[in-house]
Design a protein around this ligand. Structure first.
Ligand SMILES: [Zn+2]
Length: 685
């Protein structure tokens, strides 16, 4: 195990235009929190830094759409995001926001330093402009085709499909997101960070220095950008929401959101240090500090190329030691989407699964998209809870605590002679801190989480094999040893589960009555993890089974989102060829009532109906059996085309047609008069 160090750990700043969902959690916040909890348990000096990203175009667009100010939007979502992180047990040392004065100051100063050092290129260029909206179009104000991958929905600064970092003028067929207009070009002055100037440094630092320790997905993306050749990148924008450009000629312009946002890590660290009476600078400037950025794959270019180039240009900062970016998490086979409401939202989860934060933390870790995109399904969520957390971890602890209370009134028994299986089991337990640590330190959180479950499995199996509930009848001394060993495993679990299942760990420490739980390394170094004659508390369930109907509710919610999207996106059939009024008058449409209905034998779709048309009662065969049961349609008033030439369907002559359409769910519905009790036979014209 390593000697204690100073760590600065940051997480991508969430955008304050919506709540957090499982994609954010699995990609960034859960692994980061596991990492920092582990670092603290191993005695390191950690600053865990986060905050809300409150600038940028999506916020302006959302404010415009909702008719409120950008400040209203960020105030609302900052509060929601911050609270849900706290409730979910993400243990930030500081969670700040980029609209805070300390951030405006820090980002302004940073820009000025680079400006004074001559690190920018000042240039007047033609940029995309929306004549109707009277506004320059950058970033998300403009949508077009990505020149790299052909994605038709790429933004002015980035293509989310291939991850390419773009300039707005690179887009093919650009369109304004504000008006849909094709933009014109207009001259404007901006400051550019010449990334090409830092190419040699980036090559040496990443391509040569981090080939082995960075994740292949991160390294590969960075390499392909550098191989493509880096170009100067504008770091200012013609917008009114953001941090004003603090130099002459900067009036009416703000810093590019991706220039100011990563500086947010620094300002949040300053805010924390000021509150705690610490010096922030070692956390960002001391070569002994390990700086780690947790992000999603869409942010790799900003954290591995642009921000490091900014830090390098400034000159006094350290570089990140690692940027363990994850791939994306999908939901039930589809891409997570805020606009399509295809997500599991954290605030909703916390409300609908009270006290079950650890279940989601566990499942998102077990299924983390570490090396490729992965899928979250509710069935898997249920299975992992019921088959692993309940059946293995929970079951083991419950047996240990119940039996200790039953046999020894809650007192840890004094062991008699250790048999080989006891010695082996205790030795295996002592190996776990190193095994799990090695996975965590290589950012393999899935593996680490599974190793923790393996420790619970070891305990469960030990107890099942030793069968103290049988042995107690014949050998009381042997039973004491078995229970003693099992209690040692329970104590190890209380400590080692903390990074992964913090709420469970807390509860378990309470049940075991541990005033001071072991530190991570003590699970290995201490001979006794829970001493004989220590008194433990009563059993309490750590996890509870999740029933099918709970899962079905969640699936129904997603189904409703899908239906709503389909209805919103339904393609309307183009209008048919024009007909004359005479053509129309040839149709004889009448109001009628269905008086009998039965299924046509051996068919899936057909119902045989008797319809009172006012003229007569006639038979109409209708293909509506998949939408209605026969008894549902009897008595319905409908619209009938009565002069359609009769035709035989499965040997039954059908004399007319009933008019139908489809509702949003794709179910057939009758086109019927909007008033009841209209006489049958009335003509429709
Ligand atoms: Zn692309």
């Amino acid at each position: 195990m390593n000697t204690p160090k100073r760590y600065t750990v940051t997480t991508a700043l969430p955008y304050t235009n919506g709540p957090i969902h499982i994609g954010h959690l699995a990609g960034v916040y859960v692994p980061a929190d596991i990492y920092v909890r582990y670092l603290r348990l191993t005695g390191n000096d950690v600053a865990f830094i986060g905050g809300s990203d409150e600038h940028g175009v999506p916020i302006t667009i959302k404010a415009k759409n909702e008719g409120v100010s950008p400040q209203d939007i960020v105030d609302k979502y900052h509060a929601i995001i911050k609270k849900s992180f706290e409730d979910f047990g993400i243990t930030y040392d500081n969670y700040s926001r980029t609209s805070a004065p300390i951030h405006h100051e820090t980002a302004s100063e940073f820009f000025k330093t680079l400006y004074d050092k001559g690190e920018f290129i000042e240039e007047t260029t033609e940029q995309l402009y929306d004549e109707q909206a009277n506004q320059f179009l950058a970033d998300r104000f403009v949508v077009g085709t990505c020149p790299k991958c052909g994605n038709e929905e790429a933004y002015g600064d980035q293509c989310e499909k291939c991850g390419a970092s773009l300039n707005a003028t690179d887009l093919i067929n650009p369109k304004s997101a504000l008006t849909g207009n094709v933009p014109t070009l207009k001259e404007t002055k901006h400051w550019f960070l010449p990334l090409d100037k830092h190419e040699a440094f980036l090559k040496e630092w990443i391509l040569e220095g981090h080939k082995k320790d960075w994740k292949p997905n991160v390294y590969g993306q960075v390499k392909s950008w550098i191989d493509d050749g880096l170009r100067p990148r504008a770091v200012t924008r013609d917008l009114d929401w953001g941090i004003p450009v603090p130099v002459e000629g900067g009036e009416g312009k703000v810093l590019y959101v991706w220039f100011d946002a990563p500086i947010g890590y620094i300002s949040s660290t300053k805010e924390w240090a000021a509150r705690e009476g610490k010096d922030w600078e070692p956390y960002w400037k001391d070569e002994d500090t390990k700086l780690v950025h947790f992000i999603g794959k869409d942010n790799i270019v900003f954290h591995c190329i642009i921000f490091p180039a900014m830090l390098k240009a400034e000159g006094s900062y350290i570089m990140p030691d690692n940027v363990p970016a994850n791939e994306f998490l999908n939901l039930e086979g589809n891409k997570l989407s805020t606009s399509k409401n295809w997500a599991v939202w954290l605030p909703e989860y916390l409300e609908e699964f009270p006290g079950q934060q650890d279940v989601l933390r566990y499942v998102l870790t077990a299924n983390a998209p570490e090396t490729k995109d992965n899928d979250f399904t509710w069935k898997d969520f249920q299975a992992r809870n019921n088959n692993e957390l309940v059946a293995i971890f929970g079951n083991f602890i419950n047996r240990v605590v119940v039996l200790t209370n039953k046999y020894y009134e809650g007192e840890v028994p004094t062991p008699a002679n250790f048999e080989a299986v006891d010695e082996e089991t205790l030795a295996a337990v002592k190996a776990y801190p190193d095994v799990i640590a090695s996975s965590i330190e290589r950012y393999r959180f899935r593996e680490a989480g599974q190793e923790l479950m393996n420790l619970a499995r070891l305990g469960n199996k030990y107890l099942a094999d030793a069968e103290p509930w049988k042995v107690i009848k014949v050998d009381e001394e042997r039973t004491k040893t078995i229970m003693y060993v099992a209690l040692q495993i329970a104590s190890a679990l209380a400590t080692l589960s903390e990074p992964f299942l913090p709420f469970t760990s807390e509860k378990l420490k309470g049940i075991l009555n541990l005033e001071k739980a072991l530190q991570w390394n003590e699970v290995t170094t201490e001979d006794v993890l829970l001493p004989a004659s220590h008194k433990i508390g009563k059993a309490e369930l750590l996890f509870s089974k999740i029933e099918d109907e709970t899962i079905q509710k969640q699936l129904d919610k997603l189904e409703a989102s899908k239906k709503a999207n389909e209805a919103a996106n339904k393609v309307v059939e183009p209008q048919k060829d024009t007909i004359t009024f005479d053509d129309f008058t040839k149709l004889d449409l009448r109001v009628g009532t269905i008086i009998e209905a039965e299924k046509m034998p051996k068919t899936k779709k057909l119902l045989v109906l008797k319809v009172d048309t006012g003229l007569d009662v006639r038979t109409i065969v209708s293909g509506i059996s998949e939408s209605f049961k026969p008894e549902e349609v009897v008595g319905k008033q409908v619209t009938v085309l009565v002069n359609l030439a009769p035709r035989k369907l499965r040997g039954v002559e059908s004399e007319g047609m009933i008019l139908m359409t489809e509702n949003a769910e794709g179910k057939l519905v009758f086109v019927n008069p909007d008033e009841a009790n209209i006489a049958n036979g009335l003509q429709i014209s």
